[in-house]
Design a protein around this ligand. Structure first.
Ligand code: MRU
Length: 344
């Protein structure tokens, strides 16, 4: 099976597998301007915290190339403006800001716009490559936990599509299967953007791992019946105390897991930990267009005129999280102490 590659640098352009067209159409976008990448992130053509980070790194490299050729005399001020635009594309996933800051710092430390543009591109490629390696390590650390638990439920899409490749929470499931463990896999549909129904289902079918999809609200029943024995999700931002922002609905799953005695795991790279914030109260929650809720594939489903809120993420307090799996290992409570060694 070919590995899914959601992001590629091809002949000087950024090639993105358009995730809004999956699972029925495999369309690759070829982007040459950093503003197109900003739009693609905002429109969720590329999505998932680590994938957004990689796309943002390439957007910075593209911005540097554009500024270097258009107005080299104002290279750094213009690049800082581009960085602000890229950072604002989506607010919750910290990987985006992490990648932008890392590349901006590199540009500031490199004399000469042309050299800086080249170094930024090399750095974006390095971040992309590193992400796949990090995910494989997360997978190896987490696989042991799943092997001992049995049937697992996951939410949203945390697979290759959400990263540079392999995946985080889905990577853990995949790693356990690759090691020969066999257990049932359930995943949610993930209203309203249907990352589960469209993307996780597509990936599971490609991987050949049998999986069963349920509507988000079936999770409680499955846990109560004992059909689901543990839950594993990804993360968009983890505060220093372990509070974790992830796809809307994650908090509800964590509370249900605790009520039903099912361990609840978070799998994420250390670049998703935001040590600058003490708790999840400080994580900005993205609110998206109400049309994502009132329509399905463009077809109206809700009654005209009803008020709608569409928060895209929620925060799960650390007390509901049994372990956070990073590339460095399995971290358990107290998170403020035990995550600290991962600080860059
Ligand atoms: O809105 P999305 O699809 O970008 O949200 C994605 C998630 O919430 C994922 O669980 C998270 O980014 C981790 S992806 C490895």
């Amino acid at each position: 099976m070919d590995e899914i590659q959601p992001i590629a640098w091809v002949s000087g352009n950024l090639a993105l597998l358009d995730q809004t067209r999956l699972p029925h159409h495999e369309v690759t976008l070829e982007l040459s301007d950093y503003r197109q990448v900003v739009d693609a992130i905002r429109e969720m053509r590329v999505r998932g915290a680590p994938a957004i980070g990689v796309a943002a790194a390439y957007a910075m490299a593209m911005a540097a190339r554009q500024v270097a050729s258009e107005d080299a005399s104002r290279f750094l001020p213009l690049l800082r403006e581009a960085a602000k635009e890229i950072r604002a594309a989506r607010p919750t996933a910290v990987n985006l800001a992490w990648a932008v800051e890392r590349l901006l710092a590199l540009a500031e430390a490199t004399p000469g716009p042309a050299d800086a543009a080249q170094r930024l591109l090399a750095e974006a490629k390095a971040i992309q490559k590193q992400d796949v390696e990090v995910n494989r390590r997360i997978g190896r650390h987490g696989a042991a936990l799943l092997r001992s638990q049995g049937a697992v439920l996951t939410h949203c899409n945390t697979g290759a599509l959400a990263t540079a490749g392999y995946g985080t929470a889905l990577g853990v499931i995949r790693a356990a299967w690759e090691e020969g463990a066999r257990f049932e896999v359930f995943h949610t549909e993930t209203r309203p953007f249907l990352q589960g129904a469209r993307l996780t289902a597509w990936e599971m079918l490609r991987l050949g791992i049998p999986a069963t999809m349920v509507v988000d609200s079936a999770a409680g029943l499955l846990m109560r019946e004992g059909a689901v024995r543990c839950v594993i999700v990804g993360a968009d931002r983890i505060a220093a105390n372990g509070d974790t922002a992830n796809k809307i609905g994650t908090y509800a799953l964590a509370v249900l897991a605790k009520e039903n005695g099912a361990p609840f795991y978070v799998a994420a790279p250390t670049s998703t930990i935001d040590f600058s914030i003490a708790s999840g109260d400080e994580i900005p929650i993205e609110e998206r267009d109400p049309l994502e809720v009132s329509r399905l594939e463009g077809v109206k489903t809700a009654a005209d005129g009803i008020g709608i809120r569409n928060p895209a993420f929620d925060v799960t307090p650390h007390r509901y999280i049994d372990a956070i799996i990073t590339e460095e290992g399995v971290v358990r409570s107290p998170y403020t102490t035990n995550l600290a060694p991962s600080r860059p």
